[in-house]
Design a protein around this ligand. Structure first.
Ligand SMILES: [Zn+2]
Length: 298
């Protein structure tokens, strides 16, 4: 990524977490060299390396402390130091959702918006908070785990130990779970959850499938309830929904906006915008690059 936010080259590969962090790091550095060579970016032109990774983590030390359930076995992996040694460049680490927030603030929907919340809707729900133009870190560097905002204190137990967290109700996985339940209730073709992706639910909703539309409506209403809590806490100017599900546009945004509007003080509603990301899956990588360009190690 160039310092104006232009993506020069990218390479995508799956993380084979079972092979461990060291193996991943070697594969990553090999990929970096390869794309550098292909796009004529010499190693001397690379200033720094930015890493967006699942939390919780220790950004200051560059260590993944507990990246569960995403990267089992990587607890304590010093990802920053390892990449620094392999590349000979400074490496900067932050939570992938914090990186998404940096990217939206830098070149995305929230460009120049200094009070900004970004929610990444995927397997779980990640988030980053920009307050007064700066990323909010908290005392231990793990602030803004807004996916663990509870909307049901009698709800199911979450990995974080709380109950009824919004990521249990409004992540891409939750959308698929809900759709599959609605389908079987309608006694239509009983699909196993594993056979459906969030994209399938989106396609079905676009084709006016009532179960898919209901699933989006319900997930949007849950998300709206959580965003109302978040808006009261941070009084943001903008909330950006990112991750694959954000591509659903109005299907998701309409119920979200409606519930938020009905659930917050007029003072908080004033000037508030809720938008979908337009960075199409590049938010994590752009934000990691931004992190490295700022050189923010807390
Ligand atoms: Zn939780």
């Amino acid at each position: 990524v160039a310092d104006d936010g232009k993506v020069i080259a990218r390479r995508v590969f799956a993380t084979r977490h079972e092979r461990g962090g060291e193996d991943w790091a070697r594969q990553t550095v090999a990929a970096l060299r390869e794309i550098g060579h292909k796009h004529r970016v010499g190693e001397s032109q690379i200033d720094a390396v930015g890493i967006g990774a699942p939390g919780p983590l220790n950004a200051r030390l560059g260590v993944l402390t507990n990246p569960m359930p995403n990267l089992p076995g990587w607890q304590g992996f010093p990802i920053g130091a390892v990449l620094q040694e392999l590349t000979g460049r400074s490496a900067y680490l932050d939570n992938d959702a914090n990186c998404a927030a940096l990217a939206e603030h830098w070149v995305g929907a929230g460009r120049g918006v200094d009070d900004l919340i970004v929610l990444t809707l995927g397997t779980g729900i990640g988030s980053g908070v920009i307050a007064g133009g700066r990323l909010l870190h908290g005392s231990g560097g793990n602030a803004a785990e807004l996916g663990h905002t509870s909307i049901n204190f009698r709800g199911k137990r979450c990995v974080c130990r709380n109950r009824g967290c919004i990521e249990l109700y409004a992540s891409a996985s939750a959308l698929v779970r809900l759709y599959s339940r609605l389908l079987s209730r309608e006694r239509r073709r009983a699909l196993a959850e594993e056979e459906i992706t969030a994209r399938d639910v989106y396609r079905a909703a676009r084709a006016a499938d009532p179960a898919a539309r209901r699933a989006f409506e319900q997930v949007g209403r849950y998300l709206g309830a959580a965003i109302a809590n978040i808006v009261h806490a941070f009084n943001p100017r903008m909330v950006v929904l990112a991750g694959g599900m954000a591509g659903a546009g109005g299907l998701l945004l309409r119920p979200v906006r409606e519930v938020v509007r009905q659930s917050i003080y007029p003072e908080h509603a004033e000037g508030l915008e809720i938008r979908a990301s337009r960075l199409r899956g590049a938010a994590g990588l752009l934000g990691a690059a931004r992190l490295a360009l700022i050189g923010d190690r807390r």
